[in-house]
Design a protein around this ligand. Structure first.
Ligand code: IMP
Ligand code: MG
Length: 180
């Protein structure tokens, strides 16, 4: 699988350090509270499982799935809910855990949707931010790495459901897109 990667952007160690840093900040901000972390499937699964283990506050988890890029590298701009939350979030301190903010369409939609369910607070934590392509007015409260407009994979993030198990974040070779 490594031979299909053109460039490693962040190594396993760099990610580990960043996740620890984010968890420390979150633990400080939510001191004495319980945080409901909502992972956005499937890309955030690896990030969520690592970051909650570094958090020093009480944590609950739940998941949502929304339509993604499918087998394309560009967002369709249309968001559909494929799996909703299992629990009520009213009155809770909710933290969305997302892999990447790109155009911001997904998060904007999710934030509006979740706000309608009356959480006590709603914040966003994302590992990667690609501000260049942003077209929705949305910001992340906790951001790992800000990157240029590269299509990346690894650490839970996929291309056509591949590469999620890579422990690092990298840019796939062009041939990956052409051998479907
Ligand atoms: P947005 O709605 O354009 O912000 O898209 C966000 C979602 O698109 C993320 O949750 C990812 O699942 C996916 N995505 C955005 N950029 C990439 C990428 O570089 N590689 C893989 N998936 C991506
Ligand atoms: Mg996603």
């Amino acid at each position: 699988m490594d031979n299909l990667i053109k460039e490693v952007l962040y190594t396993e160690d760099q990610i580990k350090e960043k996740v620890r840093e984010l968890a420390k900040q979150i633990s400080k901000d939510y001191e004495g509270k319980k945080v409901l972390c909502i992972g956005i499937l499937k890309g955030s699964v690896v990030f969520l499982s690592d970051i909650i283990r570094e958090m020093d506050v009480e944590v609950e988890i739940d998941f949502m799935a929304v339509s993604s890029y499918g087998h394309s590298t560009k967002s369709s701009g249309v968001v559909r809910i494929l799996k909703d939350l299992n629990y009520d979030i009213e009155g809770k301190d909710v933290l969305i855990i997302e892999d990447i903010i790109d155009t911001g369409t997904t998060l904007k939609y999710l934030c509006e949707y979740l706000k309608g369910r009356k959480p006590k607070t709603l914040k966003v934590c994302c590992l990667l931010d690609k501000p260049e392509r942003r077209n929705a007015d949305i910001k992340s409260d906790y951001t790992g790495f800000v990157i240029p407009d590269y299509f990346i994979v690894g650490y839970g993030i996929d291309y056509a459901d591949r590469f999620r198990q890579l422990p690092y974040i990298g840019v796939p070779k062009e041939e990956v897109y052409s051998d479907k």
